[in-house]
Every structure is written in C-alpha cells, then in structure tokens.
Design a binder for this molecule. Structure first.
Ligand code: COA
Length: 376
C-alpha cells in the first residue's frame, strides 16, 4: 500500500513560486500592484501609468510616461493580414475565440518570436498591449457588419478603444469608469490565466503562446467569463423587484451565482468598492437605475444566506453594459487590461525559470496485461 497522498484539489493553499508583481491580502481585503494599493492607483492614475508600473516595476515620471505612451500609440495598427483573419472567422464565433486567434496569428508575424532577451520581451509586451484593443475593436465592428475603424494616435488607450468600437468618444465620466475597470482588472497574482501563462513560459515557449493560453483560461465562466454571465443573469432576472426571489430559488437549486465568491477572498473582493462606485456613476450618467438596485438586492441575499461576497466581475458586468458594449465583448475587454499582468509574469518567470511540472496521484489500474488486439 502506498502512503496516503494529500492532494490539494485546485491547488488550494499551495504556494508554487515567488512574485514581485502583486500581492493579494485576503485578511485585510487588500491588493497591491508592486506595493501600491489598487484603490489608490484607480483613483490617481490612468491605465497607461499602471501598465508601465506592472511592466517596468515602478510608476513612471512624466517623461517616462510620455515615452511609454508614444511607444504604445505607435504600435496600435494591426496588419491587413491580421484584419482579414479576424473578418474571415465564423460570424458566430465568440469574441474571446477571435482575440485568442488574433494573438496567436500576431505571433506568426513576429520574426523575433524566439528572441527572449529582456528588451525584445518588453517590446513584444508593448506590441500586445497596443494591438489587442485594435484586434477586439476590429472584431466588434465586423460582428456588427460595420467598417473597420483604424486606431488614432492622439487618444489615450481608453478613448481610442471607444473610438475604434463606436466611431466616437463618449462623455469623460464613461471613459474614466472604463479606465478604472482596466486598472482594477490588470493584475491579480497567481490566478488561473496568469498561472497558465507562467506554465507555458516555463517551458521556454514564446510570449504569444503564453498569452494565447492565458486568454483560453480567462474565457471560462469560473474566471474572466463571469463578467458576461453576470449580465446574462441580470437580464434573466429582468426586474429589480425579482432579485430576492430569483436568488432564493437559485440557491435552493444549488446554482452557481456568477460574480460571487473567490478562491482567495472570503470576506469581499478588495476591488469591488471602487468598481461599484464607478458602476453607480454609469447608472447616474445613463439614467439606467435598475441594474444597481438589482445589484444591491442580489448582494444582500447572497451575503445573508451564504456569506459569499461579490467579486470584481459583479460590478464590471453592468458597467460595461451601460457603456454600450455587447455582452460577449466584456471578457475581451478584461484581456486588453490583463495583458499587462500576464506580460509582467511572463517576464518574471523567464528571468528566473524552472519548468513547472507538478505531480499527480495515480488512481487507475495498477496491473494490466497487454493482450494482442484480437484477444481483447
Ligand atoms: N454561487 C454559489 N455557491 C458558491 C459560489 C457561487 N458563486 N461560490 C462559492 N460557492 C460555494 C461553493 O459551491 C462551495 O459550497 P460547498 O462547500 O457546499 O460545495 C463553497 O461556496 C465554497 O466554495 P469555494 O471552495 O470557496 O470555491 P472555489 O474556490 O472552489 O471557487 C470560484 C471559487 C470563484 C470559482 C467560485 O466562487 C465561483 O464559481 N464563482 C462564480 C464564478 C465567478 O464569479 N468567477 C469569477 C471569479 S473572480
């Protein structure tokens, strides 16, 4: 008899490596990016500053930010070949599948794909940061049967994304709420998609393969895909006065409630109060009051009945909806933010690498005898 193995299902509680990128502290509901509290970054910085922080290690000075922004803006165009890949995808394919395919294709266009020197890795990270929004917007336009809109160099990332999707830049409050969501979504330590990028990087594979894998992991409804499911749930409920009954029935039926719960946070997600505030601003700007009433109603019941709190996807879903995005573009928007965290982790893993190769407990047959095919 072999010794009892203590399997940590879902790697719960397992510390697999060290990182200097971010820290989640569930005891005090805190999240820091390279030492800076995420709430402070959201209130005081733009997404580009936070992208710089994650990729370079500290917040930029004015001249450093200008140089970084100029570089990012100069890389926004995607090739005609990539545009035609996006428009040749099946019309009904999910936008996450489109951006996953587009990132993979971008890797085939990069002749430096196997160069993993620090400078080139950073350069590829900038390319991904700059081009992913263009890929997503190209797919957004294509799925609406509209013409592609080229990126503008004179606009910050958030404004440029609205421009590429809608042909116009909305009110500053809407752009700001979007920018805040990008800051809050940018990084979250060893979550499933980030771990996937680190596993792929640990084999000394390239950053495009790692990010393609990260997008695949993020798509799942238990991870980033939850922000879309939250909005589907809210639309299914339909009326804010039905929130309590709907939740009680769903809990009785043991349904998973999207946008609630977290592997690490058990007393609430540190990012939620900031995002909730900006989602409320979206409700004030658009006059759509019912989603926040429904939000509060659902939260009240879930906390009362199960002591389970909302995660960031819960306020982000209705915020993106009120901004006018199609629901299946919510998780791709998460990608255009999380590319910063993924890239930082890819570079960190590559700089101090050992292949990630855990063990498993075998539970299959132990003694089988191979018989010739005709005798089985
Ligand atoms: N709805 C209903 N029950 C939930 C729940 C939810 N959203 N989240 C957790 N629970 C329940 C679990 O079913 C489990 O109950 P059990 O002990 O009776 O089996 C208990 O709470 C503990 O779950 P836990 O071990 O903390 O969950 P996990 O760490 O395995 O999974 C998530 C974490 C995030 C995957 C899970 O909470 C979930 O599926 N949430 C919904 C999807 C979502 O919003 N994802 C985005 C995460 S940022």
């Amino acid at each position: 008899m072999s010794a009892k193995v203590n399997v940590k299902k879902g790697l719960e509680g397992v510390v697999v490596d060290q990182t200097g990128v971010s820290k989640v502290n569930p005891e005090i509901n805190a999240l820091v990016y390279r030492g800076y509290p995420v709430q402070d970054l959201a209130e005081n910085c733009c997404f580009e500053e936070v992208a710089y922080l994650l990729l370079k290690g500290d917040l930029p000075r004015v001249d450093q930010l200008k140089e970084f922004e100029d570089l990012e803006r100069s890389r926004r165009n995607i090739s005609p070949a990539l545009q035609s890949v996006i428009t040749s995808l099946p019309a009904k394919c999910h936008p996450m599948d489109a951006v996953r395919t587009a990132v993979s294709f971008q890797g085939t266009e990069d002749s430096r794909i196997l160069d993993d020197s620090k400078e080139i890795q950073f350069d590829k990270a900038i390319d991904l940061l700059a081009k992913i929004p263009t890929m997503i917007a190209a797919d957004f336009r294509h799925k609406k049967g509209r013409e592609y809109i080229a990126p503008r160099k004179d606009l910050p990332m958030a404004e440029n994304f609205f421009h590429m999707c809608f042909g116009e830049v909305p009110a500053p409050e809407i752009v700001r709420a979007f920018d805040v969501s990008l800051i809050l979504y940018a990084e979250h330590s060893f979550n499933a998609s980030t771990f996937a990028t680190r596993v792929i990087t640990s084999t000394t594979s390239d950053i495009y393969s790692a990010v393609t894998g990260g997008i695949g992991a993020l798509k799942g409804p238990l991870h980033g895909g939850a922000n879309e499911q939250v909005m589907h749930m809210m639309l299914e409920i339909g009326d804010e006065n039905k929130a309590e009954d709907w939740m009680m029935t769903a809990l009785k039926e043991k349904r998973k409630i999207m946008g609630f719960g977290h592997r690490v946070y058990k007393k609430g997600d540190s990012r939620v109060p900031t995002m909730r505030k900006y989602t409320q601003k979206m409700a004030d700007v658009t006059g759509e009051k019912k989603w926040m009433k429904m939000y509060d109603g659902l939260e009240k019941v879930m906390v009362r009945e199960k002591n389970i709190y909302p995660n960031l996807d819960f306020p982000a879903g209705p915020a993106y909806y009120m901004m006018g995005f199609e629901i299946d573009f919510f998780t791709p928007i998460f990608v255009m933010s999380r590319i910063t965290g993924w890239s930082a982790h890819v570079m960190e893993q590559a700089a101090n690498n050992r292949i990630i190769r855990p063990l498993s407990e075998y539970t299959g047959d132990l003694e089988q005898t191979v018989k010739p095919v005709g005798e089985r």
